[in-house]
Design a protein around this ligand. Structure first.
Ligand code: FES
Length: 365
C-alpha cells in the first residue's frame, strides 16, 4: 500500500537515501529550453559540427517548376496590361461606370502584384537549392571575415538561383517587373490638365450682373441705400457653382459720399458702392465681418483687418496685401455689373512669388 505522506517522487535520491550532488540541478519543465550551460555543452561537446546539407532541384521537376514560375510572372504582366487597358477603356462617369472601373482596376492590380509574389515564392521553393546551415550565436557586429563570407555566399546564391542560367524565368520576371512599375503611371492622368492661367482669373467679366447671394437676385444701387451695409454677391450664372465661387465670392459695401479715400480706385465704385474680393489674401478664408463705424473688414481666421474705405488695404494681421477691388458699373436696366474681371489675382499671396509680375495693389489696366 502506498504511503500518501511520502516526499516528492520526482526528486531523485542517492542509494543512501540522500539527494546526491548531480541531482541538485534545477528541475526542468518539459517544453522549456535547457539552461545555457547545458546548451553550450550540447553544442561544443555532444554534437559534432554539422556540415551544410544542400539539395539542388534538378530534372523534370525543376523544369516543371521553371514553367510554373514563368507562368505566374507572365500572368502578372498580363494583369498589368489589363490594368492599363481597363483604365483607358472603362472611364468613370455614372456611378455604375465608376464602380465598374474601380473594380476592374483593383482586380487587375491585385492579380499583377499577387502573381508576381506567388511566382517569387514558387521560385524560392521549387528552383532554388535548399541549404541547411547551422549557425551559432555570435555578437551582432560582423567581423571582416564574416562580411567577406557573406559576399561569397551572396554571389554563390545568385549563381545557384539560376537567374543567369534560366533565361525564361529571368526575362519573364524582368518583363513583369517593368510592366508592374509602368502600369500605375497611367493614373497620373487623373491629376488633370495644368491649370495654366486659370487660377489668375475668376468668373467675373465685363457686363456680368452682381447677384445677392442667397436670394440670387440682381441688385440696383438704389436697392442698397443704407451706408454701412456689407453684402456678399456672386457673378450671375455662377451663383451655384462652388468651384467658381471659391474664387469669385465678392463683398459690396455702401459708403456715404466723401468717405472713400485712396488707394480705392474711385472710378470702379458706383454711387459710393465698392466691391472687394471676399477671399482673404492670407490663406484664403472668407472675410466675413464688417465693422461699420471704423470701416474695417475682419477675417475671422487670423484676424487680418482691412480698411474698406481705403482700397481694403491691410491695417492689421498677417495678410500681406489688400483685398482686390472689382470694377463696378451699371447696365442698361440699372443693375450693378462688373466691368471686368479682377485686375489682380484673388486669394492667398503666393502669386507674389509666382512670377506673375503682380506687385500687390489694386492696379488699373
Ligand atoms: S486667412 Fe485671413 S487672416 Fe489668415
Amino acid at each position: 500500500m502506498s504511503d500518501m505522506t511520502e516526499g516528492p517522487r520526482d526528486l531523485p535520491q542517492g542509494s543512501d537515501g540522500e539527494q546526491d550532488e548531480g541531482s541538485r540541478a534545477p528541475h526542468r519543465v518539459i517544453g522549456t529550453p535547457p539552461p545555457a550551460e547545458a546548451r553550450t555543452l550540447l553544442a561544443s561537446e555532444q554534437e559534432p559540427p554539422q556540415r551544410p546539407r544542400i539539395i539542388v532541384p534538378t530534372g523534370p521537376a525543376a523544369k516543371r517548376g521553371e514553367r510554373l514560375v514563368a507562368t505566374f510572372f507572365l500572368l502578372s504582366g498580363l494583369a498589368s496590361i489589363g490594368f492599363v487597358a481597363s483604365y483607358v477603356t472603362l472611364r468613370p462617369g455614372s456611378l455604375v461606370d465608376t464602380l465598374r472601373s474601380n473594380l476592374t482596376l483593383g482586380i487587375a492590380m491585385s492579380v499583377a502584384f499577387g502573381a508576381i509574389a506567388i511566382g517569387a515564392v514558387l521560385w524560392l521553393h521549387l528552383l532554388m537549392p535548399k541549404v541547411e546551415i547551422p549557425e551559432d550565436r555570435h555578437s551582432i557586429a560582423s567581423s571582416p571575415a564574416e562580411r567577406a563570407e557573406f559576399a561569397d555566399t551572396f554571389a554563390e546564391g545568385a549563381e545557384r538561383s539560376g537567374f543567369v542560367k534560366r533565361p525564361l524565368v529571368r526575362r519573364s520576371l524582368l518583363g513583369a517587373s517593368v510592366l508592374l512599375g509602368v502600369a500605375p503611371l497611367v493614373v497620373l492622368r487623373d491629376l488633370g490638365p495644368l491649370p495654366e492661367t486659370k487660377l489668375r482669373h475668376t468668373a467675373w467679366a465685363r457686363g456680368r450682373r452682381l447677384l445677392v447671394l442667397g436670394p440670387n437676385t440682381p441688385i440696383r444701387p438704389a436697392d442698397f441705400s443704407s451706408p454701412g451695409q456689407m453684402i456678399t454677391v456672386a457673378p450671375e450664372g455662377f451663383e451655384d457653382n462652388q468651384d467658381a465661387m471659391a474664387k469669385a465670392a465678392t463683398i459690396i459695401i455702401k459708403f456715404r459720399p466723401g468717405q472713400l479715400k485712396p488707394p480705392t480706385v474711385m472710378n470702379w465704385a458706383v454711387d459710393n458702392i465698392v466691391a472687394y474680393s471676399k477671399i482673404c489674401t492670407h490663406v484664403g478664408c472668407p472675410v466675413a465681418l464688417y465693422e461699420q463705424t471704423t470701416h474695417r473688414i475682419l477675417c475671422p481666421c487670423h484676424q487680418s483687418t482691412f480698411d474698406a474705405a481705403r482700397g481694403a488695404k491691410v491695417v492689421f494681421g498677417p495678410a500681406p496685401r489688400a483685398l482686390p477691388q472689382l470694377p463696378l458699373g451699371v447696365d442698361s436696366e440699372g443693375f450693378l455689373i462688373s466691368t471686368n474681371d479682377y485686375h489682380v489675382p484673388v486669394g492667398p499671396s503666393f502669386w507674389e512669388l509666382g512670377g506673375s509680375g503682380f506687385s500687390g495693389g489694386n492696379e488699373q489696366s
